[in-house]
Design a protein. Structure first.
Length: 322
């Protein structure tokens, strides 16, 4: 049994620790911060730089974006995981970061090596078909695919990416047999889709909108759970006869594991504040993504739910990494 003196001492220690954490978050940051992301010029890079400008102004420190592309996020993730857990180094990456771990062994583990800060943005796919295909709705696409099993081909930008897994999820829920043809990149996939060599694609919204507007492709639905302003006027796949269907690409911010909770929450507060600004929302929306902004706990729950759903799908279908 603890003596009264021991209880008082433990209470004092707890108070001192709590006070230190609070002071730590109030004093933070006192020097420039870094956001490590993928190669320059991509979506991760653009989102990082937009956030960096607003974050730097908010904390009165320079925020440097450092590009470390390659290995499906492994290089960037390792760079952050090996950094001091003091909040000065962060990682911004797409959901590829955690989805690729379902396909192959990676030199990092999300829960072990990285601490969630916030989900920053999301991007739905758009179900598009070549205009020669006699369908105008998701229901009509399903009906056609069932009448012609194995005759329709769908293009994806890569194995294991959103343009692949979103269709495999669709196939698992509808029971249709549409043949997968993987490409190395969105550009070649869209080129063959518009030429009529492919019939279907669940394409990333930002890259396909110009072609649906020009009539070179026909848009049927959006893959987000709710209608998206990135695809105005389009119904969701879920509302088109597949309740519960959702497939979106996400971007999120992380810190090294063991970063103090007080600093994680300070970073979360500052980044979510930046994401809530009208000019930031407009810049990101015009680049083809929707602003989100969540708590660390919500990001963690989102990742776990997606990994559970897609992990089962990958095992059931037998998808292997390239």
């Amino acid at each position: 049994m603890l003596s009264l003196r021991s209880v008082l001492v433990l209470g004092s220690v707890a108070t001192m620790v709590a006070g230190a954490n609070g002071a730590c978050s109030q004093d933070f940051p006192t020097r420039p911060l870094r956001i490590i992301t993928s190669e320059a010029g991509g979506g991760n890079d653009f989102i990082s730089r937009v956030i960096a400008v607003g974050l730097g102004a908010g904390v009165n420190q320079q925020v440097i974006v450092e590009n470390r592309g390659g290995a499906s996020g492994a290089i960037a993730a390792q760079g952050v995981a090996r950094s001091a857990p003091d909040g000065y180094t962060m990682l911004l990456y797409s959901g590829t970061l955690w989805i690729v771990t379902l396909l192959q062994k990676m030199p990092y583990e999300i829960g072990r090596d990285l601490s969630p800060i916030t989900l920053t943005t999301r991007q739905p796919n758009i179900v598009v078909v070549h205009p020669s295909l006699s369908v105008k709705t998701v229901q009509e696409l399903v009906a056609l695919a069932k009448r012609r099993p194995g005759e329709l081909n769908y293009a994806s930008a890569s194995i294991g990416g959103s343009t692949h897994l979103s269709v495999e999820l669709f196939k698992s829920l509808t029971g249709v047999n549409i043949v997968h043809v993987p490409y190395r990149g969105t550009g070649p996939a869209l080129t063959d889709l518009m030429s009529g060599q492919m019939q279907v694609m669940f394409a990333v919204s930002g890259g396909v909108t110009p072609y649906t507007r020009s009539g070179r492709l026909r848009a049927l639905a959006v893959t987000s759970a709710e209608p998206s302003l990135l695809a105005p006027g389009l119904p969701t796949v879920a509302a088109s006869g597949l309740p519960g269907y959702e497939s979106v690409s996400m971007h999120a911010m992380f810190a090294p594991a063991k970063t103090p909770v007080a600093i994680i929450h300070r970073l979360n507060q500052e980044i979510v504040r930046v994401l809530g600004k009208t000019d930031v929302k407009e810049k990101l929306f015009n680049s083809g993504v929707e602003v989100v902004g969540t708590s660390p706990e919500e990001l963690n729950a989102k990742m776990k739910a997606e990994m559970a759903q897609l992990g089962k799908l990958i095992r059931d279908v037998g998808i292997k990494a390239e």
